[in-house]
Design a protein around this ligand. Sequence first.
Ligand SMILES: NC(=O)c1ccc[n+]([C@@H]2O[C@H](COP(=O)([O-])OP(=O)(O)OC[C@H]3O[C@@H](n4cnc5c(N)ncnc54)[C@H](O)[C@@H]3O)[C@@H](O)[C@H]2O)c1
Length: 305
Amino acid sequence: MKDYFGYTDKVCVVTGASSGMGEATAKTLVDMGAKVYALDLNPCPVEGITRFIKCNLAKKEEIDEAFKNIPEHIDSFFGIAGLSGSKTDYRTTFDCNYTANMYITLNYLKQRMTKGCSIVYCTSTAGLEWKKFKKEQNKVVHAKTWDDVEKLTKKLAMSAPATFAYMYSKRCLSQFACEQAVEFAKLGIRINNVLPASTDTGMKQEFQDMIGSEEALIAQTGLAGRLATPEEMAYPMIFLNSDMASFVSGLDMVVDYTDTCLKTLGLKKNLEAVSATNPIICALAKKMMSKYSTKALNPASDSKK
Ligand SMILES: NC(=O)c1ccc[n+]([C@@H]2O[C@H](COP(=O)([O-])OP(=O)(O)OC[C@H]3O[C@@H](n4cnc5c(N)ncnc54)[C@H](O)[C@@H]3O)[C@@H](O)[C@H]2O)c1
């Protein structure tokens, strides 16, 4: 059978390959004949990968070490690793979700990719409103070094709740992808984003805790009436990086079973249309979050009042 997707023997780097969407992506790519280099903090359970490289993507030095073990030519990159911010601090969350992808793209992929190669980032529907908030992202997205991004986000990292790093990092990544798709198109390299809706992965529990219950999380999925499976996000990413999508670049592919349509048509409230950096909103959110976590740790504290 003709290999329409064209993954046979292709060098594919997958971050976050040890769980959820990244794991499903790595497994499918192995089945399609690719040579998979899996990067993650935790061991990768996928059989048949070419190499697992333990790497904390929130650390520049660990990324540099990891890329010493990756071939000089990379065909496709899948930037999937991510953190919700509910268990990590702002800095770690932002750097894993945004800075790592920026750094890898500009310092390794640009040098190791040639015409016909492809990049996909996993952002989120939480970053859907990036076009509306470009002013908030511009400086960070235009910074070209790890240190500059850290400097520009230092204040935010001290004042905003870590869960705000999620929305902001995803917005920055969507904008970065759009801008770099234009630059990389001149080299014949494609860049696209997949923006997943709620998916049943390792991260599900964290989103569930933030929203209150599993029922509330499912209710938010709109007409789907269920969370997506990890494969339902992996397959669109694999498609976008494949030969089948050779004329697709610069796309924000929203994978949400019409949820964005509902918002566009005014049939559902758009809760994502808020600032991710406004100091008053950040301070209020931080106060609310700390009240919520105190309550969660000590439920009796409220009833005593
Ligand atoms: N699950 C959802 O509802 C949802 C919705 C929208 C977007 N996303 C995005 O999907 C992507 C994949 O997440 P998932 O849902 O499969 O969750 P997951 O928790 O199952 O997988 C995330 C993977 O990233 C790895 N990882 C986390 N921090 C890392 C670090 N610092 N260095 C290296 N690896 C690290 C984890 O070990 C894990 O294997 C993330 O970017 C996430 O933001 C998820």
